[in-house]
Design a binder for this molecule. Structure first.
Ligand SMILES: [Zn+2]
Ligand SMILES: [Zn+2]
Length: 354
């Protein structure tokens, strides 16, 4: 095991609903022989951090380090880590994964039998997040990926979650050239799903968002922008009254789910990566039956998508570096969460830089 003798670090911690605080805390240590410790260079703020921040998901301990998107340099490895050494630059998806179990082998790394979610600790168990100077990464050989030379920290961070999730959403939507496709929700993942959908051949692509700047960003990527109010009428008009073939829903609230149902034609596919925290669907089982609906959803197996996409991003096939709009220091965490969660100052994607 390599030497790493940190003493105290700072981390952005969950305080209570609506509040985070930057605290001094003990450095992480190697706890298992498969662990690595990353010295963080960039950590993302993500829409899914806001489920916890706003209290839509509950149960996380006060003092848990927030965040699950990370790029950094390895400063310590456990005895069983084979593929990484101190000094390597690496990035990690939002869940750990062993690389060997049934789920990892079949590409569903987000459901690894021994996987854990970063930034989720209940009653002292679980993993701290990545918005801190150092982070412990269990199952390092299966979880981490070396950052190729020429790949920026921003691109690596987006591959660790948002771009992989956008690509996963587009792939689940059964996109082929000629089909009418719709993206609902033009935050970072929605905009990146537009890039993915176009890569998969989407030509007739609509993007729905209530916020004008986000519609403009979608239009710049080649989608036709629509407000939620106008969307059903416009899409029906454009499809001889049928509706869209493929609908990607990246919002995660009942109104967006209902809209996804309304804009879709019978026999279409709804692909959902918005995280729905309400107990019921916004359409009924008979609604689904009457539309011959295919509904696909789930947590993105980001580690699997990192394998698929990293070289393609490093080679310049996808231009995703411009998606980070705001950068903060950890000492500015309260303002960072305020700006990000309230979309102040045109904020779409924010990161902590170290
Ligand atoms: Zn995320
Ligand atoms: Zn596994």
């Amino acid at each position: 095991m390599s030497e790493f003798k940190g003493i105290a670090m700072k981390g952005v911690c969950f305080k209570c609903v609506g509040e985070v605080e930057t605290l001094e805390m003990a450095d992480p240590i190697i706890e298992q022989p498969g662990d690595a410790i990353l010295k963080v260079t960039m950590a993302g703020l993500c829409g899914s951090d806001l489920h916890l921040f706003h209290g839509r998901e509950v149960g996380v301990d006060q003092g848990t380090v927030m965040g699950h998107e990370v790029v950094g340099e390895i400063v310590a490895v456990g005895d069983e880590v084979r593929d990484f050494k101190v000094g390597d630059t690496a990035f990690a998806p939002f869940t750990t994964s062993c690389g060997n179990c049934f789920y990892c082998q079949s590409g569903l790394t987000a459901r690894c039998s021994s996987g854990q979610l970063f930034g989720w600790r209940e009653e002292g168990n679980g993993l701290h997040g990545c918005q801190s100077e150092f982070v412990r990464v269990p199952l390092a050989d299966g979880t981490l990926m070396k950052k190729p030379v020429g790949l920026s920290d921003v691109s690596a961070l987006l591959l660790a979650d948002n771009f992989s999730t956008g690509f996963f959403c587009a792939e689940m939507a059964d996109i082929t050239p000629g089909k009418t496709c719709v993206v609902i929700g033009c935050g970072t993942v929605g905009l990146l799903s537009i890039i993915a959908a176009r890569n998969l051949g989407a030509e007739k692509l609509y993007a729905i968002d209530p916020i004008a700047e986000r519609r403009q960003a979608a239009e710049a990527l080649g989608a036709t922008p629509l407000t939620p109010e106008a969307a059903v009428g416009e899409i029906k008009n454009a499809t001889n009254g049928l509706g869209a073939d493929s609908v990607m829903e990246l919002v995660g609230n009942p109104a967006a789910q209902r809209l996804a149902y309304e804009v879709m034609r019978p026999g279409g596919t709804m692909s959902v990566v918005g995280c729905h925290c309400t107990p019921d669907f916004a359409f009924s089982p008979i609604d689904a039956f009457d539309k011959n609906l295919t509904y696909r959803t789930g947590r993105c197996p980001a580690r699997h998508y990192m394998d698929k996409l990293t070289d393609r991003v490093a080679d310049g096939e996808f231009e995703i570096d411009g998606f980070v709009t705001h950068r903060f220091s950890m000492d500015d965490s309260v303002r960072a969460y305020d700006v990000f969660s309230n979309r102040k100052d045109g904020c779409v994607k924010a990161v902590f830089e170290f």
